[in-house]
Design a protein around this ligand. Structure first.
Ligand code: PHE
Length: 449
């Protein structure tokens, strides 16, 4: 097949691809979700399972997504159909892409609500409202926010508009330039906060909470959450990375690029945990506090730090940016598909999709107030969407993509495109996507039933 280009554009270089894909991967999943689900699932053993999943399942599947996207140079549904056809198989494999689009829409709708909390905290922090708060006061502030649908709606709307604007522009030089500065700044500030965590007397306890592997606390449900989170945090199983891969330069090496993205994403999550848990323990808070964990612990920490008003504000700004660059990638596959398939203009496709995700988001924010008694399978709408997307749709999408890459695409096509340094490495990858990853995730699914 000769060199194709995507009609949507392409990244200027391999470095820009790393930046964009890391922008997608590093987000609320790392800084908000990882610490709180680690807290809820008992710590150490959960972290270990999560790390194993990243290495054994996540990285190989990310390689699969990038190569499928890059070879086909189209949105996920069309990419899957094209490569299936090229290998003489049924085009119905494109259906994986439909499930991915749905997952993207559902994830966006609660993601945007949490991003809205972050936006609110930028202002609370900048105005000094968080200065010197105790953990009780911080908890109360957070609960007051959740109880106030108007404020939540305002921020959810603003965040959705921010994302729509960027997606309309294509992932342009402006955003790339912004992430180039913001992502390193996020790293620096995380390390500052980590340093603060180390200086508290909760550090040893925070460390052992995360790294002492106490398997008694591990349930099959926790394993499923760890598996699901490894997909969520790497943006896998729904086509985001596949879409980004379709804009990737031909010559860039897929293996080392994917390793870099996986490494950075994991580093951010671990450092975020090591920053947050010491603060929790030093202040006698509950590590299993749930989704509010970050919004209660960080204000307390910054409230006590010299220059905390400034650093706290900056930190929430950076989390907001991380959420923004991730949310873009939730919409991109569907927008690209609508442009390719329905022939909509990029702007119309994005706005239409924006309205849909915004509307579903209202149901999510209502979960904390006017719709708190509406439950699906015993969970409110917010928790339900979080649960089915991360723990079911993404892992299922991931297994199917692995099977697709391993069994449907001809071996020669895969090895030409991935172009790993050694044949042994390629065969190892192939073995993992054909057998190990689907079996591992499949077993966890079955044991959870
Ligand atoms: N990876 C993002 C995060 O950790 C969330 C995400 C999931 C983005 C799936 C795109 C696709 O916050």
């Amino acid at each position: 097949m000769q060199e194709k280009k995507s009609i949507h554009g392409s990244w200027a270089s391999r470095w820009v691809f790393i930046l964009a894909a890391t922008g997608s991967a590093v987000g609320l999943g790392n800084i908000w979700k990882f610490p709180y689900i680690t807290g809820e699932n008992g710590g150490g053993a959960f972290v270990l399972v999560y790390l194993l999943c990243i290495a054994l399942v996540g990285i190989p599947i990310m390689i699969a997504e990038v190569f499928v996207g890059r070879r086909a140079r189209q949105s996920p549904i069309n990419a899957l159909m094209d490569l299936a056809e090229e290998s003489g198989k049924s085009k119905s494999w494109g259906a994986i892409g439909f499930m991915g689009m749905l997952a993207g829409v559902l994830i966006f709708s609660f993601y945007s609500v949490v991003a809205g909390w972050v936006l609110q905290y930028i202002f609370s922090s900048a105005s000094g409202a968080l200065n010197g708060v105790s953990s009780e006061q911080a908890g109360e502030l957070f609960n007051n926010l959740l109880a106030d649908p108007t404020t939540l709606l305002m921020w959810h709307t603003i965040f959705t508009i921010m994302v729509v604007i960027v997606v309309i522009g294509g992932v342009n030089a402006g955003l790339e330039r912004a992430t180039r500065i913001m992502m390193p700044a996020l790293f620096v500030l995380l390390f500052v906060l980590f340093g603060y965590g180390m200086s508290t007397d909760g550090f040893a306890q925070g460390w052992s909470f995360m790294f002492d592997f106490d398997f008694d606390k591990l349930t099959w449900d926790a394993v499923l959450v760890a598996v699901g989170h490894s997909f969520f945090t790497l943006s896998l199983g729904m086509g985001s990375i596949m879409a980004y891969g379709s804009y990737m330069p031909k010559r860039a090496s897929i293996g080392s690029t994917v390793l870099a993205i996986g490494f950075l994403d994991t580093l951010v999550a671990l450092v975020a945990g090591l920053a947050i848990f010491p603060i929790i323990f030093a202040n006698g808070m509950d590590p299993a506090a749930g989704p509010g964990l970050m919004f209660i612990s960080l204000p307390v920490a910054f409230g006590q730090m010299a220059g905390g008003q400034f650093f706290g504000t900056l930190f929430f700004v950076l989390i907001g940016v991380a959420a923004w660059t991730s949310a873009i990638s939730l919409l991109e596959p569907t927008v690209a598909y609508l442009v390719e398939r329905v022939g909509l203009k990029r702007s119309s496709a994005t706005i239409a999709l924006g309205v849909v995700v915004w509307a579903i988001g209202i149901l999510c924010l209502g979960s904390f107030n006017f719709m708190s008694d509406v439950t699906l399978f015993g969970k409110n709408v917010f928790d339900f969407l979080d649960y089915i997307t991360a723990n079911i749709m993404l892992p299922l999408g991931g297994i199917l993509i692995a099977l697709f890459a391993g069994w449907v695409v001809k071996k020669k096509h895969a090895s030409d495109e991935i172009n790993l340094k050694s044949e042994g490495l390629f065969n190892l990858w192939l073995f993992v996507v054909k057998f190990i990853a689907p079996a591992a995730v499949g077993v966890v699914f079955i044991l959870n039933l």
